[in-house]
Design a protein around this ligand. Sequence first.
Ligand SMILES: Cc1cc2nc3c(=O)[nH]c(=O)nc-3n(C[C@H](O)[C@H](O)[C@H](O)COP(=O)(O)OP(=O)(O)OC[C@H]3O[C@@H](n4cnc5c(N)ncnc54)[C@H](O)[C@@H]3O)c2cc1C
Ligand SMILES: NC(=O)c1ccc[n+]([C@@H]2O[C@H](COP(=O)([O-])OP(=O)(O)OC[C@H]3O[C@@H](n4cnc5c(N)ncnc54)[C@H](O)[C@@H]3O)[C@@H](O)[C@H]2O)c1
Length: 499
Amino acid sequence: MHQYDLIVVGSGPAGRRAAIQAAKLDKKVLVVEQGRRVGGVSVHTGTIPSKTLRETALNLSGWRERGFYGRSYRVKQEISAEDLRRRLLITLDHEVDVLEHQFARNRVQHIRGKASFVSKDTMQIAKDDDEIVQVSAKSILLAVGTRPYRPTSIPFDGKTVLDSDELLEVHSIPRSIVVIGAGVIGIEYATIFSALDAAVTVIDPKPALLDFIDKEIVEDFTYQLRDRNMKLLLGQKAEKVEHLPGGKVCVSVDTGRKIIADMVLYAAGRVGATDTLNLPAAGLDADSRGRLRVNPETFETSVPGIYAAGDVVGFPSLASTSMEQGRIAARVAVGAIAKEPQKYFPYGIYAVPEISTCGLTEEEMKERGIPYECGIARFRETSRGHIMGLDSGLLKLIFSLKTRRLLGVHVVGEGATELVHIGQAVLNLKGTVEYFVENTFNYPTLAEAYKIAGLDAWNRMGEKPRDETSSETVNLTDNATPTTVETKITTEKKKASLK
Ligand SMILES: Cc1cc2nc3c(=O)[nH]c(=O)nc-3n(C[C@H](O)[C@H](O)[C@H](O)COP(=O)(O)OP(=O)(O)OC[C@H]3O[C@@H](n4cnc5c(N)ncnc54)[C@H](O)[C@@H]3O)c2cc1C
Ligand SMILES: NC(=O)c1ccc[n+]([C@@H]2O[C@H](COP(=O)([O-])OP(=O)(O)OC[C@H]3O[C@@H](n4cnc5c(N)ncnc54)[C@H](O)[C@@H]3O)[C@@H](O)[C@H]2O)c1
């Protein structure tokens, strides 16, 4: 039987990062992946395909140019499912190629097959050709991810009633679609289809959309969706889904409403892929949604030597955080020093328009009783916004009145998922409102919104108390001359040379 330092089950973001981290520490690592190709949900059915689809839809529909040329503007008149799939396949091939190369040059071994426990340090791998291989390791990391929740009451057929995995295989773009579930997956796909001119209805029993996002941002977002005729049936439950003769589908809602559409996307959550791992053989068990409990600092399960990371441990279930969890778990597993994950990470929702957020929401500031001030900038106030023809987009910064520190950054609109990182850096480096007021930003950029929002808050917060300002004069020179003095001398020299 082959013996390893670390066996990683799953090659998604958590598994790949963990495997490469352990290999960099000279450990013998095996990755087991049951899928045809490495990359996990992230590469094959989740993050990358949905983001590629979004990009293709926005490019071909001419979405970003409509601010100038009107709502009827199109780059390609008839967009087909084939147009969307072509770019997807090229992107996925590239992702897999990069990952396989990373495994090869770091000497990470990988094997295709389904892993399950024999005991707490031994796994068996069922390969496609029915061969069974046994392997054991000092540590095992479960990075098995999740799969769509598929209740038996929903008549999935892979063509007109689908989950988010099956959606990538559709042969035609529906003219109308009902999305059941207004979580991140449901909302991203609903808005992508709306950008492709499908008539979209979203149903969710929760009374509000994306309740973990700052309310003002969600209100702006919701206004934009309604403005383009998306139907949001919130606080309402989809009770029944039926196929109709002729190929249409009917969704009955608990209010008595019946919606007939070409397609139904069922996106009401995901479950941990732990049912085939034979967890009892290792002394482990999962919760009712198939998820594993771990120590949030080390990612070790209740069984010493067995770790879990990524979506299988639940919130926040992001590719970005999964990678970081995998890296930390691997370091702990092989005995290297590891720090717990950063408290404030960004959340990016690639809907149309994008939303991104980091830190505390205004609602959380109120709940915690922290006195605060907000600064707001609308993208249409920026010159870059004019150039791009943006009539929407909003950046909101939240500062503590006591410490003047940035505690929350929230963005909706074009480029939100990139822009958020400026705020994230200032927030995690404990920067204050003065950062935005005193620094120069490239012009014209959307990042200038930070300057505008910073000034907006600063105007209401007032000047920083004088004594604190003088004690914090920044020294940017090597020879310990304070910059303020240096500036004065330079100015005087210039004056003299002009005389
Ligand atoms: C539609 C969609 C869009 C998303 N968009 C984003 C986004 O924009 N940004 C973001 O940060 N996150 C996004 N996510 C979430 C992101 O995809 C996940 O957080 C991420 O993939 C989780 O990574 P993971 O390592 O936990 O496992 P996964 O990526 O889920 O991979 C797990 C792998 O384990 C394998 N496996 C499972 N069981 C076994 C077994 N017994 N033996 C062998 N192999 C096994 C599976 O085949 C799979 O390949 C999205 C998800 C979906 C579904
Ligand atoms: N951009 C991103 O970062 C991104 C994108 C997609 C997914 N993800 C991750 O993937 C995970 C899964 O996303 P998700 O959207 O599937 O799950 P979710 O659990 O976040 O959302 C499911 C939604 O379905 C609703 N729902 C439940 N039962 C319902 C019913 N019977 N009828 C109608 N609605 C019902 C819930 O109220 C909820 O709003 C998330 O945790 C998310 O973090 C991230």
